[in-house]
Design a protein around this ligand. Structure first.
Ligand SMILES: [Zn+2]
Length: 152
């Protein structure tokens, strides 16, 4: 609903002429809000923790990021077919899928497919436009299977 500028009556937002006073109504264009948000980096593989510890660490960091003005989290989890990094990666990605399904996070971008030119877009904008902080480390983050980006 919007209000007629002339008579003040409530009118439907798609109405072009006021049904009360027959004056032409202004068309409200709502620009989609685009706000640059911060990127934060967390390293859950540091110190080679057990998978359980790494996930607990992630929970803590996620809660903290949610309380700040953070829009995207870059999670360093490592990778490998065996060893700590690989196990953390598998467990973390499973957890992220659950969080996504429960709308706790908005999106997941696997490091493997991440690049400036990739189709990693948020609201039709390139991820690096939404989060310019990410440009700083773009080079080392490109196609990096040891990281995952999470949109909050
Ligand atoms: Zn009117």
């Amino acid at each position: 609903m919007k209000t007629c500028d002339f008579c003040g009556n409530p009118v439907k937002k798609e109405a072009l002429i006021c049904p009360y006073c027959a004056q032409p109504l202004s068309i409200i264009k709502i620009k989609s809000a685009f706000k640059i948000k911060k990127a934060a980096i967390i390293n859950i593989e540091a110190g080679l923790p057990l998978v359980k510890e790494a996930l607990l660490n992630f929970d803590r960091e996620l809660k903290f990021a949610q309380s700040q003005d953070v829009g995207i989290l870059k999670i360093i989890h490592g990778y490998g077919s065996s060893g700590t990094g690989g196990k953390i990666k598998i467990a973390l990605r499973q957890k992220l899928k659950l969080l996504l399904a429960n709308n706790i996070i908005k999106g997941i971008i696997a490091g493997e497919v991440y690049s400036k030119a990739s189709n990693s877009t948020i609201n039709n904008r390139k991820i690096t436009e939404c989060y310019p902080d990410l440009l700083e480390t773009l080079h080392s983050d490109k196609y990096n299977p040891g990281i995952t980006f999470v949109e909050l």
